[in-house]
Design a protein around this ligand. Structure first.
Ligand code: GTQ
Length: 347
């Protein structure tokens, strides 16, 4: 009998017979496995800060930062419930630290970024240095670096945590351990890294020890000032406005090995041209309000909101005035693997 006339039931019987040998036919799954273009399981979504802020503050009455270790509400992609993912490859959460609290020192293989959303003056300590954080600051926690957080102010502090947790777990490469003290001892004054590595100079004889930028905190005041100065030239990218990427000044590469971070100014009156890329993007709104249209769905946003655009999803932004957006994605990994693509339409 020729293969064409094999009935479905005969094929199924065959699949059932090979299954105990841990074999399965490619031809049944090929179309879902090797897709002609990305088909992300993640969907566009927005978290409005004023709606979720009460829930975040409520968590402060339920559990201490010490007991929780990290008191965070995970932003889960609505189409990936239970997976602790905001995109297929990235984790995002909003971390609350109340006055007087300490989130105890630990380290892990996962890299983390902090993007400050609310509050002023709490700190994170990484590898012997503290940094005092302000809204709009981008702070790095390298893989396997000891880190603890604390709040010596009288106001709650909330920041967006971005971690490569799904990527590290995909590789089955997660390690973590706790320090035997809650707060690590400090060996450097606050601001040391920025002075040493963030002034367009490097100490003579500096040798790169980590793929993560030695600049620990990229303060918003500097970022904003740079955007404001550059806007005078009015060279707007049709798809992005004015978009800068944070770099490791030692290598010129992204600030972190697994996550790219960006700050973008979209000026009043510019509607960006449709764009898509293979890196799903997590946005945190710093200033201004507007709307992002993602595969036809409208996401409206204002200050402190978080939204996500999945891989290969057509989108464009509309703004009500000047808008400043922070974003991060897995682009460094995709580029290193030769996978990253973008589609700028005609632009
Ligand atoms: O601050 O170390 O949101 O380890 C998730 C895991 C934050 C952190 C998170 C973490 C941290």
């Amino acid at each position: 009998m020729s293969a064409e006339v094999q009935s479905n039931s005969e094929r199924q019987a065959y699949y059932d017979r090979i299954a105990p040998a841990h074999l399965t036919p490619l031809w049944e799954v090929f179309a879902d496995l090797v897709t002609p273009e990305p088909k992300s399981q993640a969907i566009p979504a927005v978290w409005h800060y004023d709606k979720i802020r009460p829930f975040i503050l409520e968590s402060g009455g339920l559990i201490t930062a010490m007991e929780a270790v990290r008191r965070v509400l995970i932003l889960e992609n609505p189409n990936l419930p239970g997976q602790s993912k905001i995109t297929n490859t990235l984790y995002a959460g909003l971390q609350l630290i109340l006055p007087g609290e300490v989130a105890p020192a630990h380290r892990h293989s996962q890299s983390a970024l902090r993007f400050i959303v609310e509050g002023q003056g709490a700190y994170t300590a990484v590898e012997g240095e503290k940094t005092i954080m302000s809204p709009g600051d981008f702070v790095t926690t390298p893989s396997w670096a000891w880190h603890d957080h604390g709040n010596d102010t009288d106001q709650p502090m909330v920041w967006l945590d971005g971690l490569d947790i799904p990527i590290v777990n995909f590789f089955d490469a997660s390690f973590a351990e706790n320090l035997d003290q809650d707060s690590q001892s400090l060996s450097k004054p606050a601001g040391d890294s920025l002075a040493r590595y963030g002034a367009g100079m490097l100490p003579m004889g500096y040798e790169q020890v980590s793929p993560t930028s030695p600049v620990f905190n990229y303060p918003y005041a500097r970022t904003r000032e740079a955007l404001e100065q550059m806007r005078k030239v009015e060279e707007w990218d049709p798809c992005h406005g004015l978009k800068m990427c944070y770099i490791n000044p030692v290598t010129g590469d992204y600030a972190m090995p697994t996550m790219a971070t960006f700050m973008q100014l979209i000026p009043n009156g510019l509607t960006t041209a449709p764009y898509r890329s293979t890196d799903g993007m997590v946005y945190s709104v710093v200033e201004g309000s507007g709307r992002t249209f993602a595969n036809g769905q409208e996401l409206s946003w204002g200050p402190r909101d978080t939204f996500i655009i999945p891989s290969w999803c057509h989108h464009h932004h509309e703004v009500d005035g000047d808008a400043v957006l922070f974003s991060f994605s897995d682009r460094p990994i995709q580029e290193k693997l030769g996978l990253w693509r973008q589609d700028r339409g005609n632009h």
